[in-house]
Design a protein around this ligand. Structure first.
Ligand SMILES: Nc1ncnc2c1ncn2[C@@H]1O[C@H](COP(=O)(O)OP(=O)(O)OP(=O)(O)O)[C@@H](O)[C@H]1O
Ligand SMILES: [Mg+2]
Length: 331
């Protein structure tokens, strides 16, 4: 049963003292699948990755990688896994080529194959022309590409990537996506990646699991999630606090499902969102509601969490993490 899957996680719990970071997660990832684990800071994503790598013991539950029980045989399981950790780990004092060479030695890639696998990694990461350049001079995106290619040098069947594109610009993000699509298609590598970007999970992954406070709160294909959450587009109206209830009533009259948050009323647009927004504007104008701002946008991770949990993604540091569809808030 567990053997059929690339990754099999059964009722996984991980506690640190009295704090439970992973709280009963079940997940079965098929061979050849691209799976995205989407969640805000502190959701438990990296903890799950560490457990899959056998670097952290679970408190309870079971993880099986390519048919190998990770707790029983962590190093055996690891031979099937390539990993890109959340922190960048390229050696700045070494060239791209030297970075790859060290890794090849670490993974006991035979001398005869070493050069070939270095060439493979340089090509995959599109860094052939930078082979002699010091990794310390690379942009964030180049470093991430180098790390991703490096993690594939020992030809693993599974690759785990912990937020491979956080902080990268759109162009670099797209390059990483293409690289991942490429190895998934050509070499049937199973991919489990964590991300804070809804757009990334949507574009790249066959299935997405949304994790919050150590619990999987939604799981499905991007389409299934979009349908179940009802998020085609999001309509958002800002009004004065005393007008919130009347604005929510106007939403309902326009056929929308309002959620109130601070001084905003939001609703999934659903089908015919543009028509509904017109109707909403008319109703609010007739009711003389003083609208401060109205907008319609593609759903962000904030919208998903608002819909699923009724609360905003935790906001603790105000750190802005990138551009576009993100949470933009750190722990
Ligand atoms: N060794 C540890 N000891 C105590 N608490 C820990 C430890 N490792 C993780 N935690 C806590 O467990 C929770 C989950 O952490 P984890 O790193 O898995 O989150 P994450 O989803 O990867 O977040 P991020 O997006 O910030 O990387 C956090 O509240 C974190 O502080
Ligand atoms: Mg993490």
């Amino acid at each position: 049963m567990a053997e059929e899957y690339a990754i099999y996680i059964d009722d996984l719990v991980k506690s640190f003292g009295s704090f439970t970071a992973v709280n009963g997660v079940n997940l079965k990832i098929k061979k050849g699948e691209i799976f995205g684990l989407l969640g805000p800071n502190g959701a438990g994503k990296s903890t799950i990755i560490s457990i899959l790598l056998g670097l952290l013991p679970p408190t309870s539950g079971k993880v099986v990688v390519n048919g190998i029980d990770v707790q029983k045989d962590p190093s055996g399981a690891r031979t099937h896994i390539g990993v890109v950790t959340q922190e960048t780990v390229v050696e700045p004092e070494l060239t791209a080529e030297q970075n790859l060479m060290i890794f090849a030695r670490l993974y006991h890639i035979p001398k005869a194959e070493m050069q070939k696998s270095i060439e493979f990694a340089l090509e995959l990461s599109d860094l052939v022309q930078f082979r002699k350049a010091y990794a310390g001079t690379f942009s964030g995106g180049m470093k991430r590409r180098l790390e991703t290619a490096k993690s594939l040098m020992h030809a693993p069947e599974i690759i785990l990537l912990d937020e491979p594109t956080t902080g990268l610009d759109v162009q670099n993000r797209t390059q990483i996506w293409n690289l991942l699509r490429d190895i998934n298609k050509k070499q049937n590598v199973t991919i489990l990646m964590t991300t804070q970007y809804l757009e990334e999970a949507d574009q790249l992954c066959d299935r997405i699991g949304i994790i919050d406070h150590g619990k999987m709160i939604a799981l499905g294909t991007p389409d299934e999630l979009r349908k179940s959450i009802g998020l085609n587009s999001v309509i958002e109206v800002t009004v004065d606090k005393e007008e919130l209830q009347r604005a929510a009533a106007a939403f309902r009259k326009a056929g929308l499902e309002p959620t109130i948050l601070n001084n905003r009323v939001t609703s999934p647009g659903g089908s015919n969102a543009t028509k509904k927004i017109e109707g909403l504007l008319n109703i609010m104008s007739t009711s003389k509601i003083n609208v401060r701002n109205i907008s319609m946008h593609e759903p962000t991770i904030d919208d998903v969490f608002l819909k699923l949990t009724g609360s905003e993604v935790r906001d603790t540091s105000g750190e802005y993490k990138g551009k576009g569809v993100i949470m933009g808030r750190g722990r």
